[in-house]
Design a protein around this ligand. Structure first.
Ligand code: PLP
Length: 384
């Protein structure tokens, strides 16, 4: 059992599930702080931006803001969340491959920095915008295809060969070029991929000249060698004489959160299933890109293997395959899916008119409700 990765104790998890019901996202404030400390230790005085897509809960955002972290926003809704928590324009980045007019407008109103994703945007940006140019380094990276954003075939960024002309176009259009940006993907397994990508971008120095900023994105695996990645990033930033920016999402929040779910029953067809009260509507990552979440059972027994199936009428509604659990789990027994603080609650949906789960935070002495469980009436309110 991966107990060393547990952000909460078994009694804490039992207490949360009994008090708030399941499925439930439970987070540890201490682990949120610890993750940020690990990043700060590795990246030193680099400026940090939280990719809020990983977990946009207002409580998480307020904690990040209080710790001096800025926000990378990729939708109007995310920009509004930044406004809601009082983030100032110089702590907001506006990103996305297909920004809307409203996103440009609100970004400009805030005085945010835009991350340009394609040449066409030069003409779409609000006048005198502050801009980073996202570079597509054209590299295969070690992650699921849906998570790879720096590959030549991915839809993101400006190709290396076009960066010079885009910079020129931006400058002649009166925009303020702050620097370059790259983000090669998420949940990247081989830290060597970062060094390779940073190196490719550093090769643009002759084209760009000195720059104010190099933003190296996020995408670090949870066990990644952060000091190693940070060292490569610093080297690349130094090539441009630039300040280093980093933009992690998952790393900052994943370990702090668990999805608590109860056993509903068992079933054998061609395979053995443990049926749970949580599934794809609460945690989409396994179905969306084959993510494997460590599982911690809160009962004991000899090890046995089964698939973890959710309650949705969808064959793909599996939270794990061939998962080792203690035998004898009964209806109502509690199970925690670990590393669920990122892209868990954020991607939960009301498909099948299921209420999105509550989210609670353990601050070391008590629980705070970060988001209450959705009520059925809220799910059809916009239809009446
Ligand atoms: C541009 C950009 N920056 C940062 C991130 C954060 O990635 P991760 O959560 O893997 O650190 C993402 C994730 O999709 C992204 O698209």
């Amino acid at each position: 059992m991966p107990d060393e990765r547990l952000p909460l104790t078994d009694p804490q998890m039992h207490q949360a599930a009994d008090r708030f019901g399941t499925p439930l996202y439970a987070y540890s404030a201490a682990e949120l702080d610890a993750a940020l400390n690990r990043v700060r230790t590795a990246f030193g005085d680099a400026r940090l931006w939280y990719a809020m897509k990983a977990n946009p809960n207002l409580t998480v955002l307020r904690r990040m803001a209080a710790a001096g972290v800025g926000f990378e926003c990729v939708s109007l809704g995310e920009l509004r969340r930044a406004v809601k928590i009082g983030a100032q324009g110089d702590s907001v980045l506006v990103n996305g491959p297909a920004k809307s007019d409203e996103e440009y407008r609100l970004g400009a109103e805030l005085g945010a920095t835009f991350i340009l994703d394609r040449a066409e945007e030069v003409a779409l940006l609000p006048p005198a915008s502050r801009v980073l140019v996202r570079v597509n380094p054209g590299l295969e990276v070690s992650t699921h295809d849906h998570l790879a954003t720096g590959a030549e075939r991915s839809k993101f960024g400006v190709r290396i060969g076009e960066v010079g002309s885009v910079l020129e176009a931006l400058r002649s259009a009166g925009h303020h070029v702050r620097g370059l940006h790259l983000h090669i993907g998420s949940a990247i397994r081989d830290a060597g991929d970062f060094g390779a990508a940073f190196g490719r971008v550093a090769g643009l120095r002759d084209v760009t000249g000195e720059l104010e900023v190099l933003d190296v994105g996020g995408g670090w695996g949870l066990d990644a060698d952060l000091p190693g990645i940070a060292a490569r990033a610093r080297e690349a930033a130094a090539v441009f004489g630039a300040q280093l920016w980093a933009e992690p999402g998952r790393y900052l929040v994943a370990r702090s959160g668990v999805l608590l779910t109860r056993v509903v029953g068992h079933k054998a067809t061609g395979r053995d299933f443990t049926l749970l009260d949580a599934g794809m509507t609460e945690l989409l990552r396994p179905m969306l890109y084959g993510a494997e979440h460590p599982v911690h059972a809160l009962w004991t027994g000899a090890p046995t293997t089964s698939d973890l199936a959710g309650p949705a009428c969808e064959s793909g509604d599996l939270l794990g395959r061939d998962v080792t659990l203690p035998a004898g789990g009964k209806r109502g027994d509690l199970l925690a899916l670990l590393d669920a603080g990122a892209y868990g609650a954020a991607m939960s949906s009301s498909y099948l008119t299921r209420s999105r789960p509550a989210e609670v935070l353990w601050d070391g002495s008590d629980w705070t409700v970060m988001r209450r469980r959705e009520m059925a009436e809220e799910l059809w309110a916009a239809e009446e």
